[in-house]
Every structure is written in C-alpha cells, then in structure tokens.
Design a protein around this ligand. Structure first.
Ligand SMILES: Cc1cc2nc3c(=O)[nH]c(=O)nc-3n(C[C@H](O)[C@H](O)[C@H](O)COP(=O)(O)O)c2cc1C
Length: 202
C-alpha cells in the first residue's frame, strides 16, 4: 500500500453500528502498520513504572494480527519498558487520528516474543532499525557526553542480542469518534465470547 493512500473517513456503516465500529478499528490498526503517515503508525504505550507511576512512550506499530487480536512493536530488551512489563504486563495503548477524529484506548497485555516469532521479526528489520540495538550501554543510562553512547555491531551481533519484539494482546478497546452530528463512544471486551460490545455516553 502506498504511503500516499488516504485513510477514508469513518464509514457511515460504523457510525451507529458496534460490529462495524470494531472491524473498522482493526482496519485502522492494520493500516497503521503499513502507512507511515497514519497516526496509528506511532501509538503511545503506557506501562506501570518501577515507582508505580504511569510511563508513556511512542513506538512504531510493526504488526497487527487481527485474527489473534494482537499488535507488535520492537524495542531494546534493556529498556525500562521491558523491565516494567516483566513486573506487570498489563498496559495500555493510545492513538488519536486528528484527521479522522478517532481516538482508540486499548487495554493490552504485553509479552516478549521468542522462538520463530523473534526470528521472523528480526529478519524483517532493516539495517537502519538494527543500528539502535547496537548501542553498548543500556538505553536510558546516564552519560557525561552524548558522544559517549557507543555502537558496536560485532559485540551485539548486529544488535540482535538486544532486540526485543513485543506482542500486545488486545483485551479491551474503547472507541471515541468525534462527529459534528453527535459523538460516538463504544467499548469492546475481547476477552469474552462473544465479544461484549456496548455504547458509552461520549
Ligand atoms: C516517532 C517515535 C517512534 C519511536 N519508536 C520506538 C519504537 O518503535 N521502539 C522503541 O523502543 N522506542 C521508540 N521510540 C522511543 C520511545 O518513545 C522511548 O523514548 C524509548 O523507547 C525509551 O522508552 P523507555 O525508557 O520507557 O523504555 C520512538 C520515539 C518516537 C518519537
């Protein structure tokens, strides 16, 4: 899909329709993986910090498996977020697309991906993306001078030893659509079969 492809406005079929809203939500997330101009390409991930404070950061959305209800992003295994998810995997993901006027708040559980999933994710990374995993000291470490951050491709196996693909299993979705003719807010609990879907007061 071309990066120039414009995301269409929320189709009317989803305006008053919970099933339509849910499937449109997944289509926005799936498109966010491929379309670098989409707001869904760079969601914010919230974890619970070591001092019990919320910790937010932007990541690039690397995968969206609609069938498995799972998203994927990549990070450095030494980063704070990986330590945090080890202690408490319950996290949240937020995105807002100002052109679509759609906000998504996802309740997720984060998991490190290993085995064949790890290999597939690593193989798909570009040389430029690998570079950041080649830094020899942990991201977030204090340094006296910015030039003290050293990169070593040999010592880090091209960055592979620090690479951490993370799965975000989507448990709940809260949809908010700001429309002049009336806002729409909906909640989906994907942990239940069938999925619980309900409208909320915007
Ligand atoms: C546009 C943008 C995209 C980013 N993408 C990623 C990413 O995919 N993975 C990542 O670990 N950090 C990414 N970052 C950096 C994070 O926001 C954050 O600063 C870093 O991961 C350290 O977070 P932590 O200390 O909470 O672990 C991105 C930042 C920006 C501004």
């Amino acid at each position: 899909m071309s990066n120039k492809t414009k995301i269409p406005p929320a189709p009317l079929t989803c305006y008053d329709n919970l099933e339509g809203t849910l499937s449109y939500t997944w289509s926005l997330l799936a498109r966010g993986v491929k379309d670098r101009k989409s707001a869904f390409h760079t969601p914010t991930v919230a974890t619970n910090g070591a001092d019990n404070t919320p910790q937010l950061r932007t990541v690039v959305l690397r995968g969206c498996d609609v069938e498995q209800q799972r998203l994927r992003f990549h990070t450095d295994k030494r980063s704070a977020k990986v330590l945090e998810l080890g202690k408490n995997p319950t996290a949240a993901i937020h995105c807002y697309d100002a052109s679509l006027k759609v906000q998504l708040r996802l309740g997720v559980e984060l998991k490190l991906i290993d085995g064949s999933g790890f290999d597939e994710a690593w193989t798909a990374t570009r040389p430029m993306s690998r570079e950041c995993y080649q830094v020899t000291t942990s991201p977030g470490s204090t340094i006296d001078n910015p030039y003290d951050a050293l990169f070593d491709s040999d010592a880090t196996q091209n960055g592979k030893i620090n690479f951490a693909p993370i799965a975000a299993e989507v448990k709940t979705i809260e949809w908010l659509y700001l429309a002049a003719k009336g806002h729409r807010r909906a909640y989906f609990d994907l942990t239940q079969t069938p999925v619980i879907m309900k409208w909320l007061v915007p």
